[in-house]
Write a protein that binds this ligand. Sequence first.
Ligand code: ZN
Length: 108
Amino acid sequence: MGFINSIKEWLKEGQKELKALQEKKYWERVESTANDLNRISLSCKRCNTLSVPVFGTESHYCCLKCGNRFISKKHEFALKYDNSADRYVYRCPHYNDSIEYMKKYHLK
Ligand SMILES: [Zn+2]
């Protein structure tokens, strides 16, 4: 009995570690996407704050502070070629978290 339980405990620990690792990887991706977004962001003409590419659009931007939306140069953020679908698709499951990250760390 004790032996089984210790195996169960050991498995539980392993799952916890795996989850923590997946979470760590996820937040690393969030951070790296935030840095990418920061690089291709423009300045808001209204308030001069960072304006990020709007996910799913070719050339739309949205200001992180006042929400001003405008169209400017093509950013093609998160546009990737999908081999199986044989077309370009927008893909960035952690976009919203990256935006939150930017609001926290990239805005003065
Ligand atoms: Zn603005």
